[in-house]
Design a protein. Structure first.
Length: 500
């Protein structure tokens, strides 16, 4: 019986227990048709308009394997340093799927197409190796929408609606082996791994990896073992976590929750759990089944898949630059220190900075905006950088205005505030807020005269051979002009006025 418990502080939990993780990442492929039929896969179509007898599981309908899906699976396996099977086949995974009309999932069980691989992630300057158990092909389920309840889940709902458009979309499930890293780094390593996978899959062009649309989802298995013990604890599986930040938060929460259960004398229940982004907690889903419970057996309607070694090598030759190699190249090109590049990676700002630099913005300026104003806003809103309404194009436009003297950094920050508030383009924000720099001599000279008149003691210091004192006058002018003066122009005019 599980003893009720809240959570321990994370430091207290890690002082008593070591977390052990296993991550299962589901990737929807960007094929134009489903895995076993010709139905389109476009996201957002009206419900149940992208279906056919095959993906609806109607009697007599026979599936056919999507060749592009197999190709993508092989490329993913190769990029993760996996062995590629010379022969593999599909299996039926039997379970009550209310959103899978044929009531089983076509997947792979003991014969995956890719297996025994590895990859690496970097967290706080340290490299951690992640062993890959398998990457196998399967199909996605449909989507259930529960109506009438307070939480959007089936409990308390009056009825449910099912959309079968997603049923049959090609999935690759990437499963790690057991992950054991320094306890304090566990959640951060998990986040870095999912982030790395997203970058890798984008570079392979096999998925749009839109976590907000469910095309990249992570199931996080977490268990705890007492300090010094080699015996693994009972695991829970937190399902369908769909952002990097949520992966880290969900694993941290499960560590603190399980630690509280164990320290109070209870037992952790092997179950699936749901992550709640709004409250930052997981709640119980259903008792977790083991593989035997799914009664796998070979799919009789599909022939085995036997990729030739020649085809595998042809695909290997098409693989892009590895993300780790690419990061090292970019760091050297940009002139970033290890600490600066670590901040970029940990802030998930690499791709936005790359895109901004490609638009002609110096790397240092791109980093300043993405890790400054934009990262701060994203953190406040609980968003990833790529979910912001401001993108590389807007950042490049603002930086160009800084470069040509229309804005200074202070005013540029206010422009970003307006952009994030939906006030229009950079030019429209500047006009609405009156943010352009004043560089005309007339208004600046008037402000300089006011500063000189208000600070005779400073003027006397300057005239007595202390030119550095003029900085106070420049500050007074900038304050008078509400930060909208061109500081370099103010210094020049002031020096001329005082004969410096």
């Amino acid at each position: 019986m599980t003893v009720a418990a809240d959570v321990l502080e994370i430091d207290d939990a890690l002082a008593q227990y070591d977390p052990v993780m296993g991550l299962e990442v589901h990737v929807e492929l960007n094929t134009k048709s489903k895995m076993f039929c010709g139905c389109p896969t476009e996201f957002g179509a009206p419900p149940n308009t992208q279906t056919c007898p095959v993906c609806l599981g109607l009697p007599g309908a026979l599936p056919v394997v999507n060749a592009r899906g197999v190709e993508s699976a092989i490329k993913i396996g190769l990029a993760l340093n996996c062995e590629i099977a010379e022969w593999c086949r599909f299996a039926r995974k039997n379970y009550f799927y209310p959103d899978m009309p044929k009531n089983f999932q076509t997947s792979q069980y003991d014969e995956p197409i890719a297996f025994n691989g590895w990859t690496e992630v970097v967290v706080d300057g340290e490299t951690y190796r992640i062993e890959i158990e398998r990457a196998h092909m399967e199909e996605d389920t449909g989507k259930s929408t529960h109506i009438g309840g307070a939480t959007g889940r089936i409990h308390g709902a009056s009825h449910s609606l099912v959309d079968y458009n997603r049923a049959g979309i090609p999935l690759i499930e990437i499963v790690t082996k057991t992950i054991e890293v320094p306890p304090a780094k566990a959640a951060a390593v998990a986040r870095a791994y999912v982030s790395m996978l997203r970058d890798l899959l984008l570079s392979l062009d096999v998925s749009d990896v839109r976590m907000d649309q469910g095309s990249l989802r992570c199931d996080a298995n977490v268990s705890l073992k007492p300090k010094g013990s080699s015996t693994l604890g009972t695991r829970t599986e937190t399902k369908n976590v769909n952002s990097f930040r949520s992966v880290e938060r969900a694993i941290t929460y499960e560590i603190t929750r399980q630690a509280a259960v164990l320290s109070s004398g209870g037992k952790v229940l092997q179950e699936t759990r749901h992550w709640h982004e709004d409250t930052g907690v997981t709640t119980s889903g259903r008792e977790k089944s083991d593989a035997d419970d799914y009664r796998y057996f070979p799919e009789p309607d599909l022939v085995p898949v036997a990729p030739s070694r020649e085809w595998v090598e042809e695909l290997r030759a098409t693989l892009p630059e590895a993300p780790s190699v690419r990061r090292a190249r970019l760091q050297e090109s940009w002139g970033f220190t290890d600490l600066e590049m670590r901040d970029v990676i940990n802030g998930n700002a690499l791709e936005p900075i790359v895109a901004t630099v490609e638009l002609g913005v110096p790397a240092a300026a791109a980093k300043k905006w993405w890790l400054g104003e934009l990262a701060r806003f994203a953190n406040e809103q609980g968003l990833e950088l790529d979910a912001l309404s401001v993108g590389p194009t807007e950042v490049a436009e603002v930086q160009k205005l800084v470069d040509d003297g229309t804005l200074n950094d202070k005013l540029a920050r206010q422009v970003f505030e307006g952009l994030l508030a939906g006030e229009g383009t950079p030019a429209e924000v500047i006009e609405k807020r009156g943010l352009a720099l004043v560089s005309d001599d007339g208004p600046l000279l008037e402000a300089i005269d006011r500063a000189i008149a208000a600070n005779p003691d400073v003027v006397e210091k300057v005239n007595s051979g202390k030119p550095a004192a003029a900085g106070a006058l420049i500050g007074a002018v900038m304050k008078d002009m509400r930060g909208q003066a061109d500081a370099a122009k103010v210094r020049q005019l002031l020096n001329d006025k005082l004969g410096i």
